[in-house]
Design a protein around this ligand. Sequence first.
Ligand SMILES: [Zn+2]
Length: 427
Amino acid sequence: MGSILLKDITIADERKDVFIDKGRIVRIRPEGSCVEWDIAGDCEVMDCSGKVAIPGFINMHTHAGMSLMRGIGEDMLFHEWLDKIWKIEAGFDYDYVYWAAKVACVEMIRTGTTTFNDQYWYFQACQKAAAEMGIRPAVGYDIMDRNDPEEALRQMDQCQQKYEEACDLWNKEGAIYELAFHAIYSVSEPMMIWAADFARKHDLPLHIHLSETRKEVEDCKAAHGGLSPVEYLDSIGVLGPNLLAAHCLWISDHDIELLARHGVHCIHNINSNAKLSSGYHFRYEDMHAAGVNICIGTDGCASSNNLDLLEAMKTSALFQKAWTGNPKALPLNELLDMATINGAKALRLDSGRLEEGALADISIVETDSSYFLSRAPFLANLVYSAHSDCIDSVIANGRFVMRNREIPDEKEVLHEARQALSKIKTA
Ligand SMILES: [Zn+2]
C-alpha cells in the first residue's frame, strides 16, 4: 500500500499538510511542513488548496442489496411495503446482491461514506463488493425465521458455519463481522435469545430494527403483557452495548432509560421513516441527554431511495427543529458526530476523526462553488447549503476510492448491475 500526501488542505479552519501511510493518518502539521518530510517510495501527492477535509461518513443502517429497488414501493404503508419487498426479494440470488451492493458502494463513495453497517441476504456478496470498491462494511449473518421452528434450526446451523468461515478472514481485511436479526415481529423469541447469546459469546455487534412503527409497539404490547419492544428485549436479555438498533422512533421515557442503561447504540433514519409514514418524532434531545450514543443511517434504497448521508443529515436536522419547535435542536457539531465518530464508537472502530494515528478515512470537499461563498462556518454550508456533489475525493483505509470525482470501474459496475437487474422480476 502506497502513501498519500495531501498538501495544503483545510481542517477545522486551519491549513495543513497531511501524510497518510499504511492505512492511517500519520502526520497532520501546518501547511508547508511537508517540504521537510522525507517521503520515500510510492507516494501519491494531491494539491488540496481551497479544499476541506472531513472524516469519512459512517452510514449506520443500510441494506446495500436493495440499491436496484429504488422507487418500486412508493406511496405505500410500511407493512404493505414490507410484504411487497419480501416477495420480490425471494427471487434474488448471490450475483444480483453482489452487483446491487457494488452500485451501493459507488453511491456511498460518491457521497462521502467510507464505512457502512449493512443488513441483508447473501451478506458475503456485500462484503466482497465493498472490499473490491475499497470501503469498509460491517456485515454478517442475517436472521429472520418468521416464527418457523424448523427454519430457526436451519439458520442457527448456518449462522455458526458462516461465522467460522468468514470472521477471521474478514477481520484481517478490515471488514467488521456482526450478527443481525430483522425485528421482533419477524424473528421468534428463542431465535432472538440465541442470536443475542451468540453475539455476546463471540463479541460481535448485533444489528436489528427496533420500534420502527406504532403498529410494532401496539402489537408487542398486546402480545407481551403491555411491554414495549424495548422493554420486551430487555426482559429476554437482548439489550447490551453491542446492540445497534435502527429506528427507535416510538419510544417512551422508560425505553430511553433502558437504552441508556444498557449502552445500546441507536440509529436514526429519517428519510426512510418519513417516506413510509412510520413517524418523525425521533426523540433526539431526550436520548442525547440520557447519554444514548446516537448514529445516523439512510436505510435501504427501497425506502430512502438513495444512500446520501449528507442529505440524511440535513433532513434529520430539519425534522428535529420542526417537530420540537426548537431551532437549537440537533446542532451542527452533534449532527457531524452522528455521521462520523458516533458510528465509529458503535462499531468500535478507530475512525470518524481527523487526528494523527486514526484510520485514514477522509472526504475531501471542493469549496469552489456558490454554496460555500459566504462568511458562514464551513459546516453550516456543507449541511444546509451544498449537496454531496461537493465531495471531490474520498480516501478509505488509506487509499483513494474516488479522486477528482472519478471512481475506478464505475461504468462497468453500472453495466453489470443492469444485466443483473434484467433477470429479476420486480413487480
Ligand atoms: Zn432497515
